[in-house]
Ligand binder design. Structure first.
Ligand code: FAD
Length: 364
């Protein structure tokens, strides 16, 4: 079936100009066929196209992420953890809030706990401000939650609106704003960041500063087998590549990464650095006794890459993010589940709901 772009490309839709020999040029109305739905490449979903499965634990807090400074013996300790399902999105932003709390008045080397997206972005910003940095971490990429993230830039699924304060909302707005701009200047293959049109099942076409171009589509403007779809643009981060590059940047700039696990605040207090950033994600629950931190498990099925798929989808069937390392199908939000192992029944359900969804494709 021809795409809408293909039809418009002929310039002959609707009124066409027809030249007859010996006559004046007259306008004629071409017969209008039933307009086909705008086409997009379909994702090929079947169980035998699954190349790997993953599960990770989102570090969720109903009252939102923690960016706060406190004293730990003779040190300044700055927390930067608890970003739920939006840690990639907010990383540069809350890390910037954290260094603004930590660096003023500080002299000398800096310690960062954790090598997920928060630890790496914090360490990089510390270096950019001119300070030497050492990252201490129990696990390195690719063995962090951050490596599992789908990588959509979308501040979503990280707090409960009834549990947050106005001050926290102000932190969120500043963090989202900086992150939004910082990721934009890193777009490209080096860091695995790109803009993609995103289609979301929605009845709302209102535009949002972080969803440029958002509008509700007419039924003929999309091939998805659902009634209401909005389209907007956002960035997608191929997390494995992004985190690897960031770790390399830190080391090239003289930063050190030490594999070490901390069991108590006293062990942290024994570090030689006088300024410490706590970017331990879910690990902050045990290390600093944050009882509000709750894991929300997310599971993903990854299909054989389809480079022709250059859009993302998010709706009741789940979400689909196309990446160079595979087509990501998600996802689950399992509150309180602390086992980061993919469950075959859940994975089968994720694949089946997407298979049914793409079987209903309304074009090509
Ligand atoms: C399936 C799934 C999909 C997601 N999709 C998205 C998405 O599309 N967009 C988005 O923005 N976010 C997404 N997220 C959320 C995102 O992954 C998290 O918010 C983010 O990774 C949290 O980063 P972090 O650095 O705080 O934690 P982590 O990545 O968990 O890093 C914590 C680090 O601290 C270290 N550590 C922990 N405890 C200790 C200790 N005691 N001593 C020393 N080191 C310690 C760990 O080893 C690790 O290096 C998704 C999450 C999941 C699970």
């Amino acid at each position: 079936m021809e795409s809408r772009r293909g039809i418009l490309g002929t310039g002959l839709t609707g009124l066409g100009a027809l030249a007859l020999p010996g006559c004046a040029t007259i306008a004629t109305r071409r017969p209008v066929a039933a307009t086909p739905a705008t086409c997009l490449p379909r994702v090929n979903v079947s169980a035998d196209r699954v190349i790997r499965t993953m599960a990770g634990l989102r570090p969720y807090r109903a009252s939102g992420f923690v960016v706060r400074a406190e004293a730990l013996d003779d040190k300044r300790l700055v927390h930067n953890y608890g970003h739920g399902g939006a840690g990639i999105t907010l990383s540069w932003g809350t890390s910037r809030l954290a260094i603004e709390l930590g660096l003023p008045g500080h002299q000398g080397p800096v310690a960062v706990l954790g090598a997920g997206v928060m630890g790496l972005t914090t360490a990089r910003l510390v270096q950019e401000a001119g300070f030497p940095v050492t990252i201490y971490t129990a696990a390195l990429p690719p063995d962090t939650t951050s490596n599992i993230a789908g990588g959509q830039w979308h501040p979503y699924g990280h707090f409960d609106g009834d549990a947050v304060t106005a001050e926290w909302r102000a932190q969120l707005a500043r963090a989202a704003d900086y992150s939004w701009r910082r990721f934009q200047i890193m777009v490209g293959n080096d860091y695995g960041i790109r803009w993609l049109p995103t289609y979301a099942e929605s009845r709302n076409g209102r535009s949002d500063a972080h969803e440029p171009g958002r509008r509700l589509l007419g039924r003929q403007e999309h091939p998805f087998p659902v009634e209401s779809v909005a389209r907007y643009e956002t960035m997608y981060i191929e997390t494995g590549r992004f985190l690897r590059e960031l770790a390399e940047d830190i080391q090239i700039a003289g930063g050190h990464i030490v594999v070490r696990s901390f069991a108590t605040p006293a062990e942290v207090a024994a570090l030689s650095e006088r300024l410490v950033f706590n970017c331990t994600g879910l690990g902050a629950a045990a290390l600093f006794g944050d009882k509000e931190l709750t894991p929300i498990r997310g599971q993903l099925a990854i299909l054989v890459p389809q480079p022709e798929v250059q859009y993302a989808f998010n709706g009741s069937a789940g979400y689909m993010f196309p990446r160079a390392d595979g087509i990501l199908l998600g996802g689950t939000f399992e509150r309180g589940v602390a086992d980061a192992t993919p469950q075959s029944d859940d994975i089968a359900r994720i694949v089946e709901s997407h298979r049914r969804f793409y079987a209903g494709w309304r074009c090509g």
